[in-house]
Design a protein around this ligand. Structure first.
Ligand code: HEC
Ligand code: HEC
Ligand code: HEC
Ligand code: HEC
Ligand code: HEC
Ligand code: HEC
Length: 351
């Protein structure tokens, strides 16, 4: 301000000097008074405050990050599959987000595939506030194998079941058809994670409900658990070993993470229910596997699928049901009653 007044004063002096008659210079005048200060601008928002809602790295958040580092999602060896369009929606972060925003069957391939991380499920760095913990999606999820007729709603578990479901099954066995089926691919079946299909159960699983002596019905969890997978798999964590953001139910040194079960079962009961169900289902699986080998649908190793040979629809349906329960990996726990019906009736149909 001082400088501006000085500049102005100098301008006036030069003007006066140019149009008056020259006389002797007078004495130097007193300095002028300072001008008033300008009004301060409005304060900007302190970015470190909203950032701090997460980046203060509270113990709670550190615990979640440590759990996450012990999860299969983080340790993944299959992120490379994201460089293939048909695999990217479930095997990379970018593919999943693309699937949610640009349509269900996103099949872009990604050059620099990122493993599933915090940003995949949560809206990290969108508003830069704690709102960003919200999920990318909570919408009900369509079945890939039957996207026209079948939708599942598992609450918070909807995040999981966009990925943890059967891929498109081809060829899909059809009991009404008399044509036989010849497989050309040894990858026939639901792929590796048909858990949503099993939890959804009757009429919504993409298994074939072959008629038989056991009625098709679901175990209680299908209708009882409003958050599906999350209720059981993300119960209060057992350190970094199981539960919470490890997403797993089991750890070799500490056994099952049963904190998600205790609103309804004691931990001792939950443990016994798991063990009894798994024993029963694993016996039924072995019985059906032996039959599938005997009928020539599985090779003698009991694992490899036979291709290039014709089989009746019902036999192929039994194979699909067997593969779905194997790939579900809970040994029946996800839907004990339904698994029992599928395995028993499939066995009877082959017998
Ligand atoms: C909702 C919680 C949340 C808020 C709010 C938030 N962040 Fe983050 N930030 C994260 C998470 C989660 C990560 C990723 C950690 C990971 O993937 O390992 C991250 C990662 C980062 C990184 C590492 C580089 C990167 O992008 O991965 C920087 C830098 C960062 N945040 C800066 C900021 C700044 C600056 C703000 C505020 C303007 C902010 N964050 C607000 C949760 C948050
Ligand atoms: C609908 C989602 C989805 C698609 C599409 C998908 N996957 Fe997967 N995949 C999964 C899930 C979920 C798992 C983990 C299942 C589990 O461990 O229970 C998995 C596991 C795997 C595994 C590890 C198997 C194991 O037993 O450890 C491989 C390998 C794999 N997928 C390959 C592929 C390839 C190759 C493609 C594309 C041709 C593909 N996936 C497409 C969901 C998908
Ligand atoms: C596979 C999806 C998935 C990934 C990946 C994931 N989360 Fe979560 N997160 C969830 C689910 C589901 C819940 C809700 C759990 C519940 O309600 O019991 C949750 C809850 C949370 C919460 C509590 C949110 C709230 O509103 O109170 C925080 C914090 C959080 N996650 C942080 C993280 C961080 C940090 C990472 C990365 C290290 C991460 N999450 C990765 C699915 C995920
Ligand atoms: C973006 C797709 C995606 C989402 C979302 C997702 N998963 Fe996964 N999940 C996978 C894939 C792929 C694997 C296998 C990773 C590998 O083996 O490389 C996996 C592995 C797992 C495993 C370990 C399986 C094993 O064989 O050891 C569990 C348990 C699991 N997920 C549970 C969940 C739960 C619970 C949720 C929801 C909170 C969830 N997942 C959300 C794709 C996903
Ligand atoms: C009633 C509780 C319950 C619900 C609901 C549930 N699970 Fe599980 N899940 C289990 C148990 C118990 C096991 C068996 C763990 C074992 O024996 O190692 C298991 C096993 C698994 C496995 C393989 C083993 C592992 O943990 O690595 C995956 C993957 C899995 N579940 C994913 C899911 C997904 C995805 C959903 C939702 C569609 C789901 N589960 C719903 C209890 C549950
Ligand atoms: C919201 C309540 C609720 C939660 C949470 C819950 N369950 Fe259950 N569960 C039930 C009910 C009700 C039944 C049926 C009554 C019975 O058979 O005892 C049942 C039955 C079972 C069965 C036998 C299924 C059958 O049809 O034979 C198993 C196994 C089981 N639960 C395991 C678990 C495990 C493991 C957890 C936690 C990871 C869990 N449950 C969490 C309510 C629940």
């Amino acid at each position: 301000m001082k400088r501006i007044i000085l500049l102005l004063a100098m301008g006036v002096a030069i003007f006066m000097a140019s149009c008056t008659k020259e006389g002797p210079a007078g004495p130097k005048g007193d300095p002028g008074t300072n001008g008033t200060n300008g009004v301060n601008g409005e304060d900007g928002v302190d970015a470190s405050i909203t950032c701090g809602e997460c980046h203060d790295l509270s113990d709670g958040l550190v615990a979640i990050m440590a759990q996450y580092e012990h999860s299969k999602h983080y340790e993944t060896e299959t992120a490379f599959e994201g460089s293939r369009g048909t695999c990217s929606p479930c095997h990379t972060s970018q593919g999943f987000r693309g699937m949610i925003t640009s349509g269900y069957f996103n099949d872009l391939a990604y050059e620099n595939p990122a493993p599933i991380n915090c940003r995949t499920c949560h809206k990290i760095h969108e508003t830069y506030t704690s709102e960003d913990w919200n999920f990318r999606t909570t919408a009900p999820v369509r079945s890939r194998n039957d996207s026209v007729n079948t939708t599942w709603d598992m609450g918070k578990g909807n995040t999981c079941i966009n990925c943890h479901q059967s891929r498109n099954i081809s060829p899909m066995p059809n009991l009404a058809s008399t044509d036989s089926i010849k497989l050309t691919s040894s990858r026939f079946g639901p792929h590796h994670g048909p858990q949503a299909n099993m939890l959804a159960g009757v009429g919504k699983s993409s298994c074939v409900e072959i008629p038989g002596s056991v009625n098709y019905m679901n175990s209680s969890h299908t209708n009882l658990l409003t958050d599906g997978c999350v209720t059981c798999h993300m119960g209060a964590p057992v350190g970094t070993l199981a539960g919470g953001h490890t997403f797993t139910m089991y750890n070799e040194s500490e056994g099952y993470a049963l904190n998600g079960c205790t609103p309804c079962h004691t931990t001792a009961d939950a443990q016994a229910l798991i063990e009894n169900s798994q024993t029963e289902i694993s016996d039924l699986l072995t019985q059906l596997q032996t039959k599938l080998v005997e009928k020539g649908l599985l090779k003698a190793d009991g694992v490899s699928i036979v291709t290039g040979k014709k089989f009746p629809q019902v036999q192929m349906a039994a194979l699909l049901n067997y593969l779905t329960i194997i790939e579900d990996k809970s040994m029946g726990v996800h839907n004990v009653k339904y698994s029992k019906a599928l395995l028993t009736n499939s066995y009877e149909a082959l017998n």
